[in-house]
Design a protein around this ligand. Structure first.
Ligand code: NAD
Length: 484
């Protein structure tokens, strides 16, 4: 792979191990949200390109990749892990240019990404079926086989393209599946480079294909393609519902990782400095543009003033600026539509009578797409408390007792994540069990590892990524019965 470059770059589609132009010959520009300038030309693939890519993935599934044993797939996956680490800086720079995320955070994230491939490589050679005792042991013998689902259509959002692709790709490779991925039109570059790096590391042609495209018809074509056996989607709840309908029309399996409005519950006995740090990291990482953002602070009334003061002090101290500089703590919002959406939520909150404790406006010193880290004091029924903002905005409100805290935390159609801050071990576990969400952290936030399942209750999704069970999302369970 080429070293990090500051030059204008071109990214084509990646199909069957080769970079190719879109059938239409069209391209679109990818904008750097920090500079506001185009920095790359991206191939504008459409339904025809999706069709070609799905055929390539099918051929690889029925050919070289499908013929490999679990041991052989594991060996390739370990090479992939090494290649990702070796190229972490180059890939990080692409994500920073596309999305405005912090360079030092992205290098850390990408250096850690190989762990997903080594973790699932460890499962690839252990996909065992079981023998099943027969009703009448004299007449037949039964056993099960776990076989790959086939071709997976993966659709990813703009906020963490390679991490969220990896949540799908590592287990599907372990299972023996192949993949066509459609990255977001707002951050497509890193996925193309990633596929090239993985192919150079030994992934056979056609196992991972990338079709970029500006128009939503590209994603629609993948979700609805009859040559796809399973759709794995990460993105907004509204789009997820459309993707699920398209997949189900083909009676395809579907995994949905969707939006969230995750609570951070702080009890009066909590270490308030640790809680304030956790709340800040929980909501403001990646400029608030993470599905698991802890965007609702539900704090006991007796410590509300003290905790909010600590959070506001820390929020006001966050250094915004150039995402590639080591000292920068928060970059811009990733694209203009999202910037306008966040400002719309802030205007709505003010109109609904919420109190802006800090921020609440663009950062005029920097211009561009910068919005100041914002803390809003609002009643639980306000829009800013109820809807996913996907920006640097925390909504804070109070509770009086444990039952009310749990009821407020659960008063949302989402259920992706949450945290409880307390020194009372009994209460911590009671509340962790009672909050309806896929992940609860106790006195922590935002710890995501390959070995712990991740996914949502309610509108936050269907299925789980990460953990040993995630491989099952890409496997069929077959019964074999032998007459004796
Ligand atoms: P989005 O739903 O707008 O787009 C996601 C992807 O779907 C993009 O690649 C887009 O091009 C594609 N798409 C759009 N319309 C489509 C259609 N009709 N059919 C098929 N594909 C279509 O989401 P976004 O704005 O890119 O990402 C932000 C959202 O993603 C937030 O809601 C966030 O919470 C969610 N998210 C969830 C997780 C998770 O793991 N649960 C992780 C990150 C982001």
């Amino acid at each position: 792979m080429a070293p990090p470059s500051s030059a204008y770059e071109t990214f084509k589609l990646f199909i069957n191990g080769e970079t190719v132009d879109a059938v239409s010959g069209k391209t679109f520009a990818s904008l750097n949200p920090y500079t506001g300038q185009p920095w790359a030309t991206i191939a504008d693939g459409g339904p025809e390109d999706i069709d070609i890519a799905v055929r390539a993935a099918r051929a690889a599934f029925e050919g070289e990749w499908g013929a490999k044993s679990g041991f052989e797939r594991a060996a390739v996956m370990r090479n992939i892990a090494d290649a990702i680490s070796a190229n972490a800086e180059r890939l990080a720079l692409l994500e920073v240019r596309d999305s405005g995320k912090l360079m030092r955070e992205m290098i850390g994230q990408l250096k850690g990404l190989g762990t997903w491939y080594t973790y699932y490589a460890g499962l690839a050679d252990k996909l065992e079926g079981k023998t099943v005792p027969a009703l009448n042991p004299q007449t037949y013998f039964g056993y099960t086989l776990r076989q790959p689902v086939g071709v997976v259509g993966a659709i990813t959002p703009w906020n963490s393209p390679l991490l969220l692709l990896t949540f799908k790709l590592a287990p599907l490779l372990a299972a023996g599946c192949t993949c066509v991925v459609k990255p977001s039109e707002h951050s497509p570059a890193s996925t193309v480079a990633f596929a090239q790096i993985l192919t150079e590391a030994g992934l056979p042609p056609g196992v991972l294909n990338v079709v970029t495209g500006w128009d939503r018809s590209t994603g629609e074509a993948l979700a609805a393609h009859q040559g796809v056996d399973k759709v794995a989607f990460t993105g907004s709840t509204a789009t997820g519902a459309k993707v699920a309908q398209a997949a189900v029309a083909n009676i395809n399996k579907v995994t949905l990782e969707l939006g969230g409005k995750s609570p951070q519950i702080v009890f009066p006995d909590a270490d308030l400095d640790a809680a304030a740090n956790g709340v800040i990291a929980g909501v403001f990482a990646a400029t608030g543009q993470t599905c698991m953002a802890g965007s609702r602070l539900i704090v006991h009334e007796s410590v509300k003033d003290e905790l909010v003061a600590k959070v506001v002090e820390r929020a006001n101290a966050i250094k915004q600026g150039d995402p590639t500089e080591a000292g920068t703590e928060m970059g811009p919002v990733a694209n203009r539509p999202q910037y306008e959406k966040v400002l719309g939520f802030l205007a709505g909150a003010k109109a609904e009578g919420a109190t802006i404790a800090c921020g609440g406006e663009p950062n005029a010193d920097l211009g561009g797409l910068f919005i100041r880290p914002t803390v809003v004091l609002a009643d639980p029924e306000k829009t800013i408390v109820r809807e996913e903002v996907f920006g640097p905005v925390l909504a804070a409100y109070t509770f009086t007792d444990e039952d009310e805290a749990v009821a407020l935390a659960n008063d949302t159609p989402y259920g992706l994540a949450g945290a409880v801050w307390t020194k009372d071990v009994h209460r911590a576990h009671r509340v962790a069990a009672a909050v309806r969400a896929g992940t609860i952290w106790i006195n922590a936030y935002r710890v995501v590892t390959p070995n712990m399942p991740f996914g949502g209750f309610g509108l936050s999704g269907i299925g789980r990524e990460n953990g040993t069970d995630a491989v099952d999302e890409y496997l069929e369970n077959k019964s074999v019965l032998v007459e004796l």
